[in-house]
Design a protein around this ligand. Structure first.
Ligand SMILES: *Cc1c(COP(=O)(O)O)cnc(C)c1O
Length: 402
């Protein structure tokens, strides 16, 4: 079908964010794609049914393959990121496991970054034990992880910035290494979002998102996405269909609704985060702020080269090794809530423990605390943290260990 006038007028990412995956003229005039709930899809005759089955990417033959609401969300994400197609999955972790298993069979080998999201590492431990899939971890700052490739390595997996410690990876360089070996590069792009890290332009083959985070943006949806380039699409689709994975159209409606305001939420939240981070840099109880958006960060140059914007999730290293002092900080906050996850409109504080799991890039510093900065007035966030840091510093176990 030739692009409509509307489609050819949608050029820039911000316009795409508003228009992708919806067409009021096909939605009874409604601005938003309605929630289509369906298991059965009815056909007028066998020819129509056979046509739908033969064209699974454009037609729907059963609810498990997604209703128009699910397809709208998937199409919007693929369009925004510049991928070929996308599949929605019930959580970010489900998207990660489906993507990895699309390319790895029993006896294969994977190259994983050591700073992966904790549950991703647990998944790798499980497939190592159950399927005999070998996993080698590489340092996110390793200039040549290619030397770790084996004859049976089926993929390179990246996460940039790294979970909890926020190292930025050189994704174009990694893509070169993967493609010279004839294997795909998978990226957990949850922090970067399709808006701020153009994964496919940087050579990524499969971009994975915890849409639970910024994309849905309101702390009320569990959702994952695997966005594929054309070469990786068939393998991923087959894996997801084979396992019967599907998502609720209601959740896709919420995720699409969240997606529409991604740009202004990120813009404001990153501005707030920078203000809070700069203040934190001045505090005696804080050894460093791990946030590539800060010019002082060792990863800032790489972030600036490859990203179009930041995110409002970062960590602080406290000037202590005491877990009790961390508890004193995180337990008494009034604006920051103590809770897992991030990417919503509200601020969160969470202790981070990268220590024992890491194999090649162990964390040897002080206690880490992860902050997610929301849409509140940063002055209230700073006051809350000032009181929290004072509680931590007043703890008898604070300090004295460095
Ligand atoms: C939260 C998170 C995930 C998993 O998302 P869920 O929807 O919670 O399963 C994956 N990657 C990163 C980097 C995350 O922070």
């Amino acid at each position: 079908m030739p692009p409509s006038e509307v489609e050819s007028a949608v050029v820039h990412p911000l316009t795409r964010l508003v228009h992708a995956g919806r067409d009021p003229s096909r939605q009874g005039g409604a601005v938003n794609m309605p929630v289509y709930r369906a298991s059965t899809i009815c056909f007028p005759d066998m020819a129509s049914l056979e046509h739908a089955r033969a064209n699974p990417d454009s037609e729907i033959s059963y609810g498990i393959y997604g209703t128009p609401t699910v397809r709208a969300f998937q199409d919007a994400m693929a369009e925004l990121e510049g991928g070929h197609r996308a599949l929605a999955l019930p959580s970010g972790l489900a998207a990660i496991s489906a993507a990895v298993l699309s390319f790895a069979r029993a006896g294969d080998h994977l190259l994983m970054v050591d700073t992966v999201y904790g549950p991703t590492r647990r998944f790798c431990d499980a497939i190592e034990a159950r399927l005999g899939i070998g996993v080698t971890y590489y340092d996110p700052r390793d200039p040549d992880p290619g030397r770790l490739l084996q004859a049976n390595t089926r993929l390179i997996y990246a996460e940039s910035p790294g979970s909890q410690t926020f190292e930025i990876q050189d994704i174009p360089a990694l893509a070169g290494i993967a493609h010279r070996a004839g294997i795909p590069l998978l990226l957990d792009n949850s922090w970067g979002t399709p808006l701020h890290f153009p994964a496919f332009a940087h050579g990524v083959d499969v971009s994975i998102h915890a849409a639970t985070k910024y994309i849905s943006g309101h702390s009320d949806v569990m959702m994952g996405l695997v966005v594929c380039n054309a070469a990786s699409w068939t393998a991923v689709r087959e894996q997801v269909v084979t396992h019967g994975l599907c998502v609720s159209p209601d959740d896709c409606y919420l995720a699409l609704r969240g997606l529409r305001t991604l740009a202004p939420r990120l813009e404001r939240q990153v501005a707030n985060a920078l203000q809070v981070a700069r203040w934190l840099q001045e505090q005696a109880a804080v050894r460093q702020v791990l946030y590539p958006v800060l010019p002082e960060s060792p990863d800032h140059a790489l972030w600036k080269r490859d990203f179009r914007g930041g995110a409002s999730l970062f960590a602080i290293e406290l000037d202590t090794r005491s877990e009790a002092a961390v508890r004193a900080l995180v337990e008494g906050t009034k604006v920051f809530a103590l809770g897992a996850s991030w990417g919503g409109y509200e601020s969160l504080i969470f202790p981070a423990y990268p220590g024992p799991e890491r194999r090649v890039a162990p964390w040897k510093g002080g206690q880490l605390v992860r902050l997610h900065i929301g849409l509140e007035d940063p002055r209230d966030l700073i006051a809350d943290l000032a009181a929290g840091l004072a509680r931590a510093a007043a703890h008898p176990e604070f300090g004295g260990t460095f």
